[in-house]
Design a protein around this ligand. Structure first.
Ligand code: G3I
Length: 341
């Protein structure tokens, strides 16, 4: 009788909570850093494990494609927000921050735009309405926008694209100003690749963003895409130095698209996975050390969905989970860095 009574009392107690599971997200929260991944809407829609791991491990998401010009603005007078709305809803449902990607780029532009014979005024109006409409729709929901993507060509030169040719170099200032008008709360970033360490492109980006500031353009940070390989790994001391000089300008830095190719490295697969883990470890370590590095985002998170094999024309495993969602040495390295920093 007494045992039954005790059992009843115990059964009525609240279930003991499991010790909180160690995840990148739980560790990131302790460090007040955003750990994120770019999201494929197709995978999000069809793959329940993708959704589960994404929500468990990350506190930030970037749309891999669904907020780019072509998918969002397929015809001059038509916008399509279906996919973007779905991703925003997922992020909101899982209390995840969003990075918006990207307002102005030379890729993924719709045919109606690239085939048109536009005057400068017409193209400025098209771009302004695009930015006002897209940024305005998600006003207050996007923590950071990649306003301009990959516009720097090299020393004192801008990449040739439709915006530069038809509007002129003012398109860059205008894009930032319009984005800021549409959502004054969003952090506005210039995003690029190949300038994460020190060197000609890094210096060109530094000079570029410094000139934006001198023209009082509302820019808050620089995105380091960080598409790397184990064959030519980034040098932590150079990335740290670059982050430091951007900090001296008062700019944030976010690692926005990290992945690390291993196909062209040397050694066994296991040895190449260890080398890959070191690159991830080094870059998160540099980011955690830099007071102005506020996000660490990979370009996807499982080798099941990555753009790299199509880009390099052969299989590769550039991310932190394998194609069966098993944590790789790179994932364990990130956990280790967060635990011990
Ligand atoms: O959505 C269309 C689909 O309707 C069509 O049937 C199909 C075949 O033509 O194409 C689909 O669009 C593809 C899109 O990805 C969505 O899957 C484009 O062709 C394809 O070019 C596009 O590739 C993306 C690439 O940017 C170009 O925009 C990659 O997935 C994406 O990972 C990559 O991401 C870029 C960042 O935005 C900027 N930094 C570099 C990074 C890698 O290139």
């Amino acid at each position: 009788m007494l045992l039954a009574l005790i059992a009843g009392v115990i059964a009525s107690l609240p279930a003991m909570t499991q010790p909180s599971e160690i995840t990148l997200r739980s560790l990131a929260q302790q460090h007040e850093i955003n750990i994120g991944a770019a999201v494929s809407i197709g995978a999000l829609r069809k793959d329940s494990t993708y959704r589960e791991v994404l929500a468990r491990e990350f506190n930030t998401v970037t749309p891999e494609n669904v907020m780019k010009f072509e998918p969002i603005h397929p015809e001059r007078d038509r916008y399509n927000f279906t996919d973007a709305d779905e991703l925003v809803a997922f992020a909101n449902a899982h209390q995840m921050q969003l990075r918006g990607h990207t307002l102005v780029w030379h890729q993924q532009l719709p045919d109606w735009l690239t085939a048109g014979e536009w005057t400068q005024a017409e193209l400025m109006d098209i771009l302004q309405q695009h930015i006002y409409t897209l940024v305005g729709r998600y006003r207050g929901q996007i923590a950071a926008w990649d306003v301009v993507n990959e516009a720097v060509g090299g020393k004192d030169s801008l990449r040739k694209n439709i915006w530069l040719e038809k509007i002129g170099s003012d398109y860059i200032d205008l894009a930032f100003r319009w984005a800021h008008e549409a959502d004054p709360q969003a952090k506005l970033f210039y995003n690029d690749y190949g300038g994460e360490g020190l060197g000609e492109k890094s210096d060109a980006i530094f000079a570029f963003v410094k000139e934006l500031q001198q023209r009082r353009v509302p820019i808050h940070g620089v995105g380091f895409q960080m598409h790397k390989t184990i064959k030519n790994p980034p040098l932590p001391e150079e990335v740290a130095e670059n982050m430091k000089r951007l900090n001296e300008l008062g700019l944030e830095v976010q690692i926005t698209e990290m992945d690390v190719q291993i196909h062209n490295g040397t050694g066994t697969r296991d040895e190449r996975l260890v080398a890959q883990a070191k690159v991830y470890r080094d870059m998160l370590g540099v980011c955690l050390e830099a007071s102005n590095c506020t996000a660490f985002v990979t370009w996807g998170f499982t080798d099941k969905y990555t753009w790299i094999p199509g880009f390099v024309g052969q299989p590769d495993e550039p991310l932190i989970f394998d194609e069966s969602y098993r944590p790789k040495p790179a994932y364990n390295a990130l956990v280790d860095v967060l635990k011990n920093s």
